[in-house]
Design a protein around this ligand. Structure first.
Ligand SMILES: Nc1nc2c(ncn2[C@@H]2O[C@H](COP(=O)(O)OP(=O)(O)OP(=O)(O)O)[C@@H](O)[C@H]2O)c(=O)[nH]1
Ligand SMILES: [Mg+2]
Length: 356
């Protein structure tokens, strides 16, 4: 399942522009009501190195599913607003990429924090309704003295009260019990957020607005990535071989797609590992700190269930020695058991007993 990212933000903040910059798509910016969706391969220079080494028949990179979610504005999520489709897109996202206008547009002054707060208010207002509905739904069980229901209801009420105080769920430092009680509500203000400060040009990459947004994000543990949306969308339309030179001219070394994806990986605590051979080089994504069986389960559930051990080579060791055999001779190939915690860049072979 690809990593699902939803682009949100106020009207005209540059969501579709950033979508185009990331996906090299040419989505029209004129139909503001339209949802754009694209799946892009996550760029990783290590994959090319592995391809050079193994010459596989097939390459399967990790993918990112990006949705440009339009129409999030004051009142959008209220009853009668054109909310529900919008909310579904947000609820389905693993991480929200919140685009914030930091460029002058001749109509309204730049006010990054104010813009963020307006979107948060919308998310919180929809979340409040969801929590109220849940509290109502379990009220009968609470009345009858059902202990689980009482605890759940109290947890939900506490989260709701803090929403009313203006605190998005992701800033509430929820207890384990509260997390469990609100789990089925898929609260939108609990989703991990990555802020994208959309600036006019390279000279504004460290502007006051970007700094204010970065500080705001840090308070909740969210990263901020500054991008020159319009310039980068233009560059993404150029032939691949010309892009780097134009990026460097902007003072950027990595295109925004890479900066945004790396930040999303950090935000979600994800790592990539590989299976590699003549047939296929395949990138797999899992949570950092996953055990070897859990990681193997990403490849196939049978591999998790019947896990015996994992042969592991670190990517850097493979590059240093040049082949699996040479790594083994150098004593760097490892046999790991069930307790092993997968590391970014591991190249693995899973030994397992297939289920009958
Ligand atoms: N100067 C400048 N203009 C930008 C930048 N990014 C986007 N714009 C302009 O801002 C306007 C809105 O951009 P869009 O990408 O359509 O914004 P949006 O958030 O998708 O807008 P809606 O879908 O209507 O909510 C367009 O005229 C863009 O050309 C930027 O980095 N600098
Ligand atoms: Mg748009």
């Amino acid at each position: 399942m690809p990593l699902r990212c939803g682009l949100i933000g106020r009207p005209q903040c540059g969501k579709t522009t950033v979508f185009n910059a990331i996906t090299s798509a040419h989505a029209s910016m004129f139909d503001a009501a339209e949802t754009h969706r694209a799946t892009v391969a996550i760029p990783d220079p290590r994959v090319q190195e592995l391809v050079n080494l193994y010459r596989p028949a097939k390459v399967s990179p990790s993918c990112l599913d990006l949705v440009d979610i339009p129409g999030l504005e004051e009142g959008a999520t209220s009853e009668g607003g054109r909310g529900s489709k919008l909310l579904t897109h947000i609820k389905e996202s693993d991480v929200l990429i919140h685009v914030v206008r930091c460029f002058e547009n001749g109509h309204a002054a730049v006010d990054a924090i104010h813009d963020v707060e307006i979107i948060d208010l919308e998310l919180m207002s929809a979340d409040s309704q969801t929590l109220e509905r849940k509290i109502e739904r379990i009220a009968k069980r609470v009345k009858s003295g059902d202990k689980d229901a009482v605890r759940e209801s109290e947890d939900c009420q506490r989260v709701l009260n803090r929403l009313h105080e203006g605190l998005p769920a992701r800033r509430q430092n929820l207890s384990e019990s509260e997390k469990a009680s609100v789990f089925e509500c898929t609260l939108m203000s609990l989703k991990p957020v990555l802020y994208v400060a959309n600036v006019d040009g390279p000279e504004s990459l460290a502007s006051d607005s970007v700094e204010a947004l970065t500080a705001y994000g840090e308070r909740e543990g969210s990263e901020t990535v500054a991008v020159c949306g319009r310039d980068e969308a233009d560059i993404s339309e150029l032939p691949e071989e010309d892009r780097q030179a134009f990026l460097e001219e902007l003072g950027l070394h990595e295109p925004s797609v890479e900066r945004i994806i790396h930040a999303a990986y950090r935000e979600l605590g994800l790592v990539d590992f590989f299976t590699a051979g003549e047939k296929e080089v395949h990138v797999w994504t899992c949570k950092a700190g996953s055990t070897a069986p859990a990681a193997a389960g990403k490849i196939h559930t049978d591999m998790e269930r019947g896990f015996i051990r994992m042969e592991v080579i670190a990517y850097d060791d493979l590059m240093e020695h040049g082949s699996e055999d040479a790594v083994a001779k150098a004593g760097k190939q490892r046999l790991e058991g069930k307790e092993y915690l997968i590391r970014d860049g591991d190249i693995v072979v899973v030994r397992f007993s297939p289920s009958r």
